[in-house]
Design a protein around this ligand. Structure first.
Ligand code: GAP
Length: 433
């Protein structure tokens, strides 16, 4: 983890939040490369699960909802973790995460667990009084229940169909930590998939398979994953069945994603809370009205970034451009995920090479996310591109002005191909497809 955190900062993937003011505990900023990486994940997910499907539609709802939403959903009453406090040093911990009965910090005696609500409170408008209390959403899911009928009427979808949303969620976590694994502000990608109550088991299995397909696409090795059936009593208050997708992080095996069968809990609660009829009318038999059941696959964006980076990180002995050997760090991202796809590198800063390299960059940048770099030795530039996971480097060398060709270096094999400049766009297009 230390190596990854350090690379992430050095190369501009992820910075400590508010650093010039001494930071803010467990807050992180995505730098130029991290922003690209995270966007690639969210865009790919949206394209897979919304745009390329006929049975899922998207939503982009407000972060702050009517507080009654959270009363109905059960979050104000039940979205809490058991907290214990050390009587001596006053540090606070999540009760479930401690191995012994003493304070892990100073060995002091701990209080009995009490429930700590994780909702982030704020105030709407200028007066900070009870009537103006509002909450930052702790999951993106609720808007998809609250807007269920509006989406249904607007799209005329029939069961089974899903509503998907990507966006921020906030939780006042007792013990955030492990880099971007657990933070108080994070992003989720969620689908609420509405089904006929008789079909829930079939669609639960279906979404489990879809989640596995996504994990493979993200580059996650199967033996780093574990699928945990969560027993009754440990499941969230709304769930009748939950499978947690767990990952073997360097700090232990913990949750990455989740799949829950929420039944009709949420729609019924919102019917009760709002007095509105959120039932579905069977198009074959308009007299038949019922509350659909829900399968909810949920993906954390930040945890996706974390596992994608952990899987991609490799250290290996490799020949240098100068013909020696040293250790290279290489991020072997799948090419769809890599923040930069192509780096254009003139071998020297001389005018005759740069005047060829710059138009190549300008042409390629219309199709791929590219970088142009003419500083430092070519060996150092290759190593830098390896560290940020760029799949292809295009080098303009001293022969390029005569033969109108460039060298294309493959990140993983380090093999080099000589490619005519006129064919470069097609060549890279095929490789990066
Ligand atoms: N709507 C269901 C729901 O919110 P959850 O298991 O509480 O379920 C879903 O959260 C996903 O959100 C988790 O699997 C994880 O990837 C991510 N997540 C939850 N809490 C997080 C936190 N504090 N920091 C980063 N990611 C978090």
């Amino acid at each position: 983890m230390d190596k990854l955190v350090s690379l992430a900062k050095r190369r501009g993937f992820i910075f400590p939040g508010s650093e010039i003011y001494g930071g803010l505990a467990n807050s992180w900023d995505y730098g130029p490369l991290g922003a690209e990486l995270k966007k690639n994940i969210k865009d790919e997910w949206w394209s897979w699960f919304v745009r390329r499907r006929t049975d899922v539609v998207g939503l982009d709802a407000a972060l702050i909802m009517n507080p009654k939403v959270w009363e109905s959903s059960g979050h104000i009453a039940g979205f809490s973790d058991p907290l214990v406090e050390c009587k001596k040093c006053h540090n606070r911990f999540r009760a479930g995460e401690l191995s012994g009965e003493k304070c892990p910090n100073c060995g002091g005696e701990l209080t009995a667990p009490k429930q700590f609500n994780l909702m982030f409170k704020t105030f709407m408008g200028p007066a900070e009084e009870k009537a103006n209390v509002a909450y930052l959403r702790p999951e993106t899911a609720q808007a998809m229940f609250v807007d269920f009928k509006l989406v249904l009427d607007a799209t005329r979808k029939r069961l089974p169909f899903g509503i998907a949303q990507v966006g921020k969620a906030f939780r006042n976590e007792i013990t955030p930590g492990n880099f971007i694994f657990r933070t108080r502000e994070f992003e989720q990608m969620e689908i609420e998939y509405f089904v006929d109550p008789n079909d829930w088991e079939k669609y639960f299995e279906y979404w489990l398979k879809e989640m596995k397909r996504w994990l493979k696409h993200l580059g996650i090795k199967e033996n780093n994953l574990h699928f945990a059936e969560i027993p009754e009593g440990e499941r969230a208050h709304y769930s009748q069945r939950t499978v947690d997708v767990e990952y073997k992080y360097p700090f232990g095996q913990k949750e990455l994603y989740g799949l829950a069968y929420r039944g009709d809990f949420d729609l019924r609660q919102h019917m009760k809370g709002s007095g509105q009829d959120l039932r579905y009318t069977d198009p074959e038999d308009p007299k038949k009205k019922f509350v659909p059941h829900v399968i909810e696959p949920t993906w954390g964006v930040d945890r996706s970034v974390l596992v994608a980076m952990l899987e991609a990180y490799h250290e290996e002995q490799a020949p240098t451009a100068e013909g020696e050997r040293d250790m290279r760090v290489v991020m072997k991202f799948p090419s769809w995920l890599a923040p930069i796809k192509v780096a254009v590198l003139p071998l020297s800063k001389k005018e005759d090479l740069c005047s060829i390299a710059m138009p190549i960059y300008e042409t390629l940048a219309k199709h791929f996310v590219c970088e142009y770099d003419e500083t430092q030795s070519i060996g150092k530039r290759y190593r830098r591109q390896d560290e940020i996971g760029t799949p292809y480097c295009v080098t303009v060398d001293f022969e390029s002005p005569d033969d109108k060709k460039v060298t294309v270096r493959d990140r993983d094999s380090m093999k080099q191909d000589r490619v005519p400049i006129a064919d470069l766009e097609d060549y890279l297009g095929e490789k990066l497809a």
